[in-house]
Design a protein around this ligand. Structure first.
Ligand SMILES: Cc1cc2nc3c(=O)[nH]c(=O)nc-3n(C[C@H](O)[C@H](O)[C@H](O)COP(=O)(O)OP(=O)(O)OC[C@H]3O[C@@H](n4cnc5c(N)ncnc54)[C@H](O)[C@@H]3O)c2cc1C
Length: 543
């Protein structure tokens, strides 16, 4: 993927998509596969916002059954199977364990809910790779639960349920794969390109003015269709052209804390006075998530405060006394904003995660303009399908049917994933096994492209540190092939180097120098990039 704004501006498009989170990237991928001429832009990096701040679950959303949202849960469970098929390297089954307290009633209600969850995912094992199959739920005794997850012992549980869902290893790379897939099919894509105006001719949109946030350069993109997939910014983007009639969004903030491993292999689903919380196993650590509080702070300044982290740790410790976590255990933290379509209810935790597609031609008289808002990561592919079905009717050129449910993402053509990893290891006997495993999950079928960078210089494929199986080859590949423009892009999205806590000054220095060589940074720029990237480890509001 090359970023070429002049070439981008010179091409005609059928559709311009504003926002390259999961929603915009999925729309671009779907539309490009169907033969649309697509431009995709993001004012930040691909997938940097809400899509990077999720709990990383590809799930049906068991708790939504309580609200009677059976259709949404069924749709999500169907999508879970599709993600496991099209991105076998990045999406993997995850066993959830729900500890039970003393009351019989809560256990009976949960058991009924899980039976329904299984029923709604009746087709979950229609999948070739046996490792991607998800077993039905089961009840286990307190003794079994405590021996599986010793951290539960201190809580005095009466038993537990185990049920299956799935987890993304790296949501940021999943967004990138959809963008790369779209580009392989002819789309133009650019990060750090902000839509500053939506142009109109009469009562229809005609294109977008965009501003490069790195150089200040302005370009114009022309198309008869514009899709607003700007997530929590969707009302701002729509407001540029619709003024008072722009859709209303309620913003709900969610935080996550990464701590040393608390669980062995299960995701623990905990009840707290504020709702439910997860302790999710991830890359040898545990992700604690999440909160759900209405938040109207400026969107570009969202972060986790010390108070939020302490309050949330208090809730987790209350539900999981064996964990005994404190602020000192937090190696990394992140926060995101859920864009929730305003239903007037005021409650964000209980609000529906159903997405909304707005045809502003029908609603506001502005033809060719659409907004796709809300929803879940899990259902972003399906949301994209609905959007592209809708715009399909507006394009006079021939376009095909939706194929994103059956087309593997660029790295997804691995066949049975465990065998793919074994083959990769056999083909590279001299390489550290953890390096190969990391390349396999991050790049899937494209791992060979990263490995090829080590052909002349094998040191590029050495692990960056004893704790980090990431490599400098991945850093170079990010710059040359994945449009990484900043150190932040590389540390936190193209690779997992920064997301398990500060990787150490030596690693940051070597990654910074490698990027400086690739991108021609001088010493001052390299130092600025390092300062900017390391600021992520600070809590919001200092300390
Ligand atoms: C705390 C939390 C936990 C979650 N956990 C899960 C989970 O485990 N599983 C699940 O299925 N879902 C989860 N979700 C929901 C999921 O993350 C979102 O539904 C999804 O990421 C929304 O993606 P999006 O593309 O709509 O928004 P975003 O990812 O926010 O993307 C919008 C993009 O638009 C860009 N943009 C904005 N304005 C402009 C402009 N003017 N020009 C160009 N670009 C612009 C932004 O830079 C941004 O990249 C969670 C959400 C939160 C907040």
């Amino acid at each position: 993927m090359k970023r070429d704004l002049a070439a981008m501006a010179a091409r005609p498009y059928d559709v311009i998509i504003i926002g390259a989170g999961a929603t915009g990237a999925a729309i671009a991928w779907d539309a490009a596969l169907r033969g649309f001429r697509v431009a995709l832009i993001d004012k930040g990096d691909f997938g940097h916002a809400t899509s990077a701040a999720s709990s990383k679950l590809i799930h049906g959303g068991l708790r939504y059954l309580r609200n009677g949202e059976i259709a949404l849960v069924r749709e999500s469970l169907a999508e879970r199977r599709i993600w496991l098929k099209i991105a076998p390297h990045l999406v993997h089954p995850l066993a959830n364990l729900v500890p039970l307290g003393a009351g019989l009633k809560a256990g009976a209600v949960l058991g009924t809910g899980l039976a329904l969850y299984d029923l709604l995912s009746f087709d979950r094992n229609r999948i070739d790779d046996p490792d991607k199959r998800i077993p039905g739920f089961k009840f286990i005794s307190a003794l079994q639960a405590n021996s599986m997850e010793p951290v539960l012992t201190a809580g005095g549980i009466s038993g537990a349920f185990i049920y299956g869902d799935a987890q993304m290893v790296n949501p940021e790379r999943l967004v990138l794969e959809m963008v790369a897939g779209a580009v392989e099919r002819g789309a133009a894509a650019a990060n750090r390109l902000e839509a500053t105006a939506i142009m109109t001719e009469g009562t229809a949109v005609s294109g977008v003015n965009a501003h490069c946030t790195l150089t200040g350069r302005e370009i114009t993109l022309k198309a008869p269709l514009v899709i607003n997939a700007a997530g929590p910014w969707a009302d701002h983007v729509a407001g540029r052209v619709l003024k008072d009639t722009a859709p209303k969004i309620v913003r709900s903030k969610g935080i996550h804390l990464i701590v040393p491993n608390v669980t062995r292999s299960h995701a623990l689903v905990l009840q707290t006075p504020a709702g439910h919380a997860f302790a999710l196993p991830w890359r040898g650590h545990t992700i604690l998530g999440t909160t759900d509080t209405r938040d109207d702070s400026p969107l570009d300044q969202i972060g986790v405060t010390v108070k939020e982290a302490e309050d949330f740790l208090g809730l987790v410790n209350g539900a999981l006394p064996g964990a005994r976590l404190s602020l000192k255990d937090v190696v990394y933290h992140y926060a995101g904003i859920r864009p929730i379509v305003d239903d007037g209810g005021g409650d964000t935790y209980g609000a529906s995660r159903r997405p909304e597609v707005v045809d502003h031609g029908a609603r506001d008289g502005l033809q060719g303009f659409y907004s796709a808002i809300g929803g879940k990561w899990t259902t972003s592919r399906r949301l994209a399908q609905k959007v592209v079905d809708l715009i399909d009717a507006k394009v006079t050129r021939w376009t095909g049917h939706c194929e994103t449910d059956v087309t593997p993402l660029p790295g997804g053509q691995t066949g049975r994933f465990a065998s793919f990893t074994d083959r990769l290891e056999l083909a590279h006997p001299g390489l550290d096994r953890k390096v190969i495993d990391t390349l396999a999950v991050h790049y899937g079928a494209k791992a060979g492209e990263v490995l090829a960078l080590g052909r002349d210089d094998p040191s590029l494929l050495a692990p960056l540190s004893g704790a980090l199986p990431e490599t400098l080859a991945a850093v170079i590949y990010a710059v040359r092939a994945e449009m990484a423009l900043t150190l932040d892009d590389v540390l936190f999205r193209r690779t997992g180097i920064g997301t398990l806590g500060h990787p150490g000054d030596d690693v940051v220095g070597r990654v910074g120098q490698t990027m400086a060589r690739e991108l021609g940074w001088d010493g001052a720029e390299e130092a600025r990039q390092i300062d900017q990237a390391l600021a992520r480890y600070q809590f919001a509001g200092g300390s």
